[in-house]
Design a protein around this ligand. Structure first.
Ligand code: PGA
Length: 231
């Protein structure tokens, strides 16, 4: 199996103890896949410099600096040694009213700083039931993915699969990935939503899939280790 990208999204979870557990896990094991760890902003500094994984942020602002209280710029992340940034996660689209246009703006700024954006797209359950999956994805791809050949990662995360224990069938995933790659051929494409050790092998065996994005399961280092050694 070819080398895949495994992204751990802690969301607003974790603490210094978890950073230390990660450090121990990666000191004691060499995994054959590329790993990106995305802790909350306040733990980025402590998570950087540990061998075995790259560090990503979970969001950024589009501006380089300025009067944006509470915000973090791509430039600051780059300065710290961060390599990736998750943008447009459905939780940010929903809870912080982020639009495709805003996500696209952030992604362009991130790329200009040399960060690799991991842009999340995915349909809601209602959109799926209404047969609107491809229309929704096309819109998200058109407006939130920057044009041009800069490195970009797209995470297909059906909203109904996040934290629910449900995942799409392999053939559904293949169909969506093929669709994404037709529109953005140079992108790497990940799947996210209820990934755990019990389904990681099936997912990572899909040739068209470049990797996985793990939420809840990444908070348990034992489960993460199982995922990383599953294949
Ligand atoms: P989950 O989250 O693995 O807990 O479903 C994935 C995500 O939201 O990135």
């Amino acid at each position: 199996m070819s080398k895949k990208l495994v992204v751990a999204n802690w969301k607003m979870n974790g603490d210094i103890k978890l950073v230390k557990e990660y450090s121990q896990l990666f000191n004691e094991n060499i995994f054959s896949h590329d790993v990106v760890v995305c802790p909350p902003f306040v733990y980025l500094w402590s998570a950087i410099g540990i061998n075995g994984y790259h560090v990503g942020a979970q969001d950024c602002h589009f501006a380089k600096n300025g009067a944006y209280t509470g915000a973090i710029s791509p430039k600051m992340l780059k300065n710290l040694g961060v390599k990736y940034v998750i943008l447009g996660h459905s939780e940010r689209r929903e809870n912080f009213a982020e639009t495709d246009i805003l996500v696209g703006r952030k992604a362009i700024s991130a790329q200009e700083e040399g960060l690799i954006p991991i842009i999340c797209i995915g349909e809601s359950l209602a959109e799926r039931e209404n047969g609107e999956v491809f229309e929704v994805l096309k819109n998200q791809l058109t407006f939130s993915i920057p044009k041009g050949d800069y490195p970009v990662i797209i995470a297909y995360e059906p909203v109904w699969a996040i934290g629910s224990g449900k995942i799409p069938t392999p053939s559904d995933i293949i169909q969506v990935l093929t669709f994404i790659k037709e529109i953005v051929p140079h992108a790497k494409v990940l799947y996210g939503g209820s990934v755990k050790a019990s389904n990681a092998k099936m997912l990572l065996e899909l040739d068209c899939l470049d990797g996985i994005l793990i939420g809840g399961a990444s908070l348990e280092v034992k489960e993460l280790k199982n995922i990383l050694t599953e294949f």
